[in-house]
Design a protein around this ligand. Sequence first.
Ligand code: R5P
Length: 294
Amino acid sequence: MKIILGPTSKELGEKTAELTGLETVQVAHKTFPDGEAYVRLEGNVQGDHVMIVQTTSPPQDSRLMQLAFIADAAKRNGARKVTAVVPYLAYARQDKIFLQGEGISIETIARMLKTAGIDALVTVNVHQENVLTRFTFPAKSLSAIPLLAEHFVKKGFKKAFALAPDKGAMYIVEQAKKGLGGECGHLEKQRDRYTGQVSVAKKAFNVKGATVVIFDDIISTGGTIVGAAKILKELGAARVFAACVHPLLIGDAEKRVLDAGVEEIVGTDSVPSHVSKVSLAPLLSRELRALKSG
Ligand code: R5P
């Protein structure tokens, strides 16, 4: 088994290789003047099961193409099996038809990846687990929430209240609660399907004077966390933190979140950024070790 270091997750791939003792394969890559992507494997993959570690956070489309081209190159160069390890899986939020006339983007992506030569997929905190049924090959989602909770415990926030901005993220705070050992709960969020505008409804939690960590899978525009943080402040929370697996932080999202009273944003290196204080490497290496021995 070898790890192919996708250009978007090179550091994470290297850290994972260190923890697993797996050999790595570098990828030479460039963008042609007209914008087309080029990749070339700089190692031998003949007869190997290879893991391509490549996140597909923005710019999603070019990163997905890179992933597909690497998979194709691996298969053409004799790889026995290709597993894509894609921490942030782009297009997972368009997993069904919400409005008439739409398509199911993630199903198109799944077909594209299969055609490129990918035999299995491992992702992290995919938006909805049922997205994985759109893949016609084995696809699995790991959870980084225990790692995020552990980070807050290490910072001295054991017993912090874990808050989900909506019911869909309740599974996340239930996992966080196991690590933090405090209480958990969820707010009610509505998103306008046409404008994307988020509104979060107030709920009566007893968080007066408490430290609260808002957990979510993604922070994109920050609207969800801003809505939740404002409510927590009204309810008298003393300290508010935001934790997410995929810190996309589009535009001025970070500023908006901090301006809403959040003390700190903690994300993972699923989407490398300065808030990526938790590495997915231990999680991925556990999975890869299991695949190796299985
Ligand atoms: C959606 O339901 C997700 O779990 C996140 O809450 C959402 O993607 C966050 O987006 P934004 O930061 O734009 O509110």
